[in-house]
Design a protein around this ligand. Structure first.
Ligand code: EPZ
Length: 419
C-alpha cells in the first residue's frame, strides 16, 4: 500500500493539463464490444480503471493496443465470457458490459460490480430496464446471469431517477435492439454525450444525448468506430479548487469550461478571481473568500463528485457555508479527517455546516474513497506542516499522474510505501 506525504502551503505556479474523463472512458471501452470491427479511442487517461477494463476486454478475446493515450481495440475474435469477480468487483463501471454483451450476444454473465463505498448504489434501474427489453435475469453464485431469447426489444422507459449509469447502459444495449428505445428522464451528464457520439461513429442511431429524452433506433450491426474522450471535468474542478486556494500564476488547460458552469458560478459568488481563455482557466488565490452554500445534484447542477473537494474549499471561506450532498447516502466520511486537521464542520447525515476560515494543520489521515481522498489532498496542500494520507490507491484511480502534475507547479508531495 502507498501513502502521500504533503508539505503544505506551497504556492502553485505554472500549468496543469487535464486528461480524458475517467467516467467517460470506463463506459467507452465496454461500449466498443458492440462491434466486431476496430475502434480507435483518443485522449485515454492512464488510470488503473482503464487497465482493469483492458484486462476484461482481453478476457473476451479482444486485441488491445494502448500507447501514448491512444487505444486501438480489435474485436474480430471477440467471444462471450463470464466477467469474473476479480475484475468486476474492482470498479462499478464493469456493469457496462451488461449492455454491450446483451446487445451483441443477447447474453451476459457479470459478477457484482464494485466501486467507491459512498452509499448502497443499487442498480435496479439498469436491471428493470433490461427486463423491459425482454431480458431474463437470475442471480447465480454472486453473479448476474442475463439472457434474451433473441435481439433485445426496443421499448419506452421512464427513469424514476436520472441515473448516469443506467442511461449509458440502456443506450448501449438499445443500439442493436429490435425497434426504437426511448429513455424519459435520462441523465444529462457530458459523459453520456461522449458515449452516444462514439456509438453513432460506429453506425448507431442515437438522438437527444445530453437532454432528458434520448431516442435510440436499433440497427442490425455496427462497423469500426472512433472517438476522443472528453476532458475530465471532475479532475479539472479539483485542480481549479487548488488554484483558488493556492494559485499565483496558475493555469488549468485542456478543459471544457461549459462543463464546469456550476463550480465557476460558485467561485464568482465566493469572490475567486479567474479568467477563461479557450480551453484554459487562469485562477489565483484570493485574500478573502466569502462563504457560499453548496448543494450537489444531477448535471448541470453542482456535481456530487466535486462536493468533497469543495467542502475543503469552504473551510477557507469567511463565515458559515452550508454543504448538502443529495445523491449518495454516505459521502461525508472525509469530514472527521478535515476536522482533525483543524476544520470546523458540523455534519448531520447528508448536510454539513462549515464555519471558516480555519487554519488547517498537517495530520495523519485516511482516504475512504476516491473523492474523499481528493478533499484530503486539497486540505494537505493548504495546511501548515506535513500531512500523511494513507489508502491513496483510491486517489490514483481517478487522477492521472496527480503527484507529478502537482509537483511540477510547486507542490511538495511524495508518494511512499506504507511502513
Ligand atoms: C456515475 O456513477 C459516476 N461513476 C459517479 O462518479 C458519479 O458520482 C455518478 O455517476 C453521479 O454523477 C461513473 O461514471 C463510473 P448514478 P453511477 O447511476 O452511474 C442511484 C466518481 O467519484 N441509483 O447516477 O453509479 C444510486 O444509488 C464516481 O468518479 C439507483 O437508485 O451514478 C446513486 O445514489 C462516484 N438505482 C444515484 O442514483 C440505479 O439503478 C447515482 O447513481 C442506479 C442509480
Amino acid at each position: 500500500m502507498k501513502k502521500l506525504l504533503i508539505k503544505g502551503n506551497k504556492e502553485l505556479n505554472g500549468e496543469v493539463h487535464i486528461g480524458g474523463a475517467k467516467n467517460a472512458i470506463v463506459a467507452l471501452i465496454p461500449a466498443s464490444v458492440l462491434t466486431k470491427g476496430k475502434c480507435v479511442i483518443h485522449n485515454v487517461p492512464d488510470i488503473s480503471d482503464v487497465r482493469i477494463l483492458l484486462d476484461i476486454m482481453k478476457s473476451l478475446g479482444s486485441e488491445v493496443i494502448y500507447k501514448n493515450e491512444t487505444l486501438i481495440i480489435d474485436n474480430k475474435n471477440l467471444h462471450n465470457e463470464l466477467i469474473k469477480q476479480e475484475y468486476a468487483s474492482k470498479l462499478r463501471a464493469s456493469y457496462y458490459f451488461m449492455g454491450s454483451l446483451l446487445g451483441l450476444f443477447n447474453k451476459a454473465e457479470i459478477s457484482y460490480p464494485g466501486g467507491c463505498i459512498i452509499g448502497s448504489r443499487p442498480i435496479d434501474i439498469h436491471l428493470d430496464s433490461f427486463k423491459k427489453m425482454n431480458v431474463t435475469i437470475k442471480e447465480v453464485d454472486g453473479h448476474y446471469l442475463m439472457k434474451s431469447k433473441s435481439r433485445l426489444k426496443g421499448t419506452s422507459l421512464f427513469f424514476d431517477f436520472p441515473s448516469v449509469g443506467a442511461t449509458i447502459n440502456v443506450m448501449i444495449a438499445a443500439t442493436l435492439a429490435n425497434g426504437v428505445t426511448k429513455i424519459i428522464n435520462a441523465a444529462r451528464e457530458p459523459e453520456i454525450v461522449n458515449v452516444a457520439d462514439f456509438l453513432n461513429s460506429m453506425g448507431a442511431k442515437i438522438k437527444g444525448a445530453g437532454t432528458g429524452e434520448i431516442i435510440i433506433e436499433g440497427v442490425e450491426e455496427l462497423h469500426d468506430g472512433e472517438v476522443t474522450v472528453i476532458p475530465d471535468r471532475i479532475e479539472a474542478g479539483t485542480y481549479l479548487i487548488m488554484g483558488a486556494l493556492l494559485g499565483r500564476n496558475f493555469k488549468v488547460s485542456g478543459l471544457v469550461s461549459e462543463h464546469l458552469e456550476s463550480l465557476l458560478f460558485k467561485f464568482r459568488e465566493a469572490g475567486v478571481k479567474y479568467k477563461i481563455k479557450g480551453n484554459s482557466v487562469y485562477i489565483s488565490r484570493t485574500r478573502k473568500l466569502n462563504a457560499v452554500n453548496i448543494k450537489t445534484t444531477v448535471y448541470p447542477g453542482f456535481p456530487t463528485d466535486l462536493g468533497q473537494p469543495m467542502s475543503t474549499f469552504l473551510t477557507q471561506c469567511s463565515g458559515e457555508s452550508i454543504f448538502e450532498e443529495t445523491i449518495y447516502e454516505n459521502r461525508l466520511r472525509h469530514i472527521p479527517h478535515l476536522n482533525a486537521m483543524g476544520a470546523n464542520i458540523n455534519a448531520f447525515e447528508k448536510k454539513a455546516v462549515v464555519i471558516g476560515p480555519s487554519k488547517l494543520v498537517g495530520r495523519k489521515v485516511k482516504a475512504t474513497d476516491l473523492r474523499a481522498g481528493a478533499s484530503l489532498l486539497v486540505a494537505g496542500m493548504v495546511a501548515e506542516g506535513t500531512t500523511e494520507i494513507s489508502n491513496i490507491e483510491h486517489i490514483l484511480r481517478g487522477y492521472e499522474n496527480i503527484v507529478s502534475k502537482l509537483n511540477k507547479v510547486g507542490a511538495d508531495i511524495r508518494l511512499i510505501d506504507e511502513d
